[in-house]
Write a protein that binds this ligand. Sequence first.
Ligand SMILES: *[C@@H]1O[C@H](CO)[C@@H](O)[C@H](O)[C@H]1NC(C)=O
Length: 300
Amino acid sequence: MISLLFLYAYLFIFSTIELSNADTGKAIFLLAGQSNMAGRGGVVNDKWDGYIPPQSSPNTAILRLSADLNWQPATEPLHRDIDYFRACGVGPGMAFANSLLTKDSGIGVIGLVPCAVGGTNISEWVRGGHLYNQMIRRTQAALEGGGTVKGLLWYQGESDTVSREDAESYKRRSERFFDHVRSDLLLPTLPIIQVALASGAGSYVEKVREAQLGMWLVNLRTIDAKGLGLEPDGLHLTTPSQVTLGEMLAQAFPLDRHSPVTSKAARTPYNFMTTFLKLFRVLIFSTLDYPNCFKRQANT
Ligand SMILES: *[C@@H]1O[C@H](CO)[C@@H](O)[C@H](O)[C@H]1NC(C)=O
């Protein structure tokens, strides 16, 4: 009788776990930052060459949230109606999503939410500012159709390399930005993958890179774009570089599989449940001969 009770409890817990793990909606990713996230691959003299590499081609399982908040089949340039003052080209988004689908076909439909705008410094992404508000609003709209925000992909900082003061404040400003995004989206351990700069508008690129590579937040991973090929402007990643970057971003996800920087907080419920289940298993087996078990207890 008692065994049966435990068995029911065991099954109940298992079914709740399955339920909470079952992703019924989209796997939503936010793309934010400045031009290299928006995508300038194939753009020369403010004109895009129109070339889309196979790794960045459309897929029925990849959607994009348009500027007017509708889900549509995703195609590069992903930011064409978001970063509309400049010519957009290939960014990392489609290569990221395609690569993620190849790696994990169980992920379901991927919903990309482009939010990056070229030339924007970290101060312009401050909480309450236009870019920040727009990103939060777009994320909330994205969630309305069902789904889970799986991560923020962030590539920014080129504009913060011009003055020493900005470069020196970069770490503090971006940490605060990440904190605010997580708290306003009510996702305290939202996975963030940021890209350490490959280039910059000023001479303090190394200072900003140092800040990025030295950031240790829960569930934050930094991947390094240094060395990836640039367009003739010396600032923007080429199309092949964007494909490589997209694949690097997909490689980094999910964070807890590779990174030593993973959140203890995020793992606690899992460990707790495992321990709990183990305990149940022990109890079930011990209660199989429960008369002895109880006798032994009565003796002590
Ligand atoms: C950031 O960019 C804006 C707009 O270009 C500019 O007004 C502002 O001074 C910049 N802020 C910092 C701290 O560099």
